[in-house]
Design a binder for this molecule. Sequence first.
Ligand SMILES: Nc1ncnc2c1ncn2[C@@H]1O[C@H](COP(=O)(O)OP(=O)(O)OP(=O)(O)O)[C@@H](O)[C@H]1O
Ligand SMILES: [Mg+2]
Length: 308
Amino acid sequence: MTLTEIIASFKSKLNPSKFVDLLERKASFYDEFENGPEENGSGEDSKYNPYFNSGNSSAKSSNAVRIPKNKDEPLIKLTDVWKIYQMGEVEFAALKGINLEISEGEFLVILGPSGSGKSTLMNLLGCLDIPSKGTVCLNSKDISELDESELAIIRGKMIGFIFQSFNLLPTLNTQENVLLPMEFQEEDKQIARQKASYLLEIVGLSNKKKNLPSQLSGGQRQRVAIARSLAVNPPIILADEPTGNLDTKTGDYILEFLDGLQESEGKTIIIVTHDLELVKYATRVVYIRDGEIEKIEARTKKEPGTKK
Ligand SMILES: Nc1ncnc2c1ncn2[C@@H]1O[C@H](COP(=O)(O)OP(=O)(O)OP(=O)(O)O)[C@@H](O)[C@H]1O
Ligand SMILES: [Mg+2]
């Protein structure tokens, strides 16, 4: 299968109204307690729903990347995956023979103590790294066989990252950080600005658009990272300790939001954390310790519309 075929196989019709509905329902959350007046020098209206209009031919990208259901094949398959770090003369095995299959539409929580290999695993799931041994297949394609530019395309189109360290660019302000992935995807500039405004409103940062990361709190930086991860509307969202820097209310909000993306959009959400609280959102929990999977627990997803 060529890269073009993989990308093509990931493209199907997004239901934008569901996505927008979800965003709208969540947007009111921050109005209660944080947002100042919208400072919007650029003239774009953040109430306008740019994702709703993404079916419009003028919206060039950012949209409509979804993975067709293929019950026979897992979306991601790890087979006997090892990650060995070389520290001078010393080798350290951070992952030791991981076998894991992840299906489309799962809400997977990977739980483990500090140093157990969660971020290492996430880097492999996100095609940011390749294993030392074993295979990581994304939609049946071994990522080790792809070159860097092919991996970059997959990361850019299919995966939204919420990193533990946020990875915001320090010289770019809030708005520019959210615009960045859309610029990589060559999104129309006007639409990209509308989407950035919209997402920043969702995460309650409309009044911080011009702040550099150094001028934001840890939780606000995390929310910029979340807005950025959603910018191109990817089918897979990988989050490393997404609530680590957030107060309980904000953390719950973010998790409910991701939960909604999984339930109504069918997005695949993969969260690595040491926070047991997040297990309640999972359809499956993978317990990892010292680079090995201890156990995997399937969970019954709550009925739609009922409280967890
Ligand atoms: N580049 C590296 N070189 C050498 N060792 C590394 C490297 N990156 C990670 N490690 C080691 O691999 C192990 C797993 O690290 P990892 O960052 O995956 O842990 P984690 O489960 O994400 O921990 P935390 O919850 O603290 O974020 C740790 O013992 C760490 O010291
Ligand atoms: Mg980590």
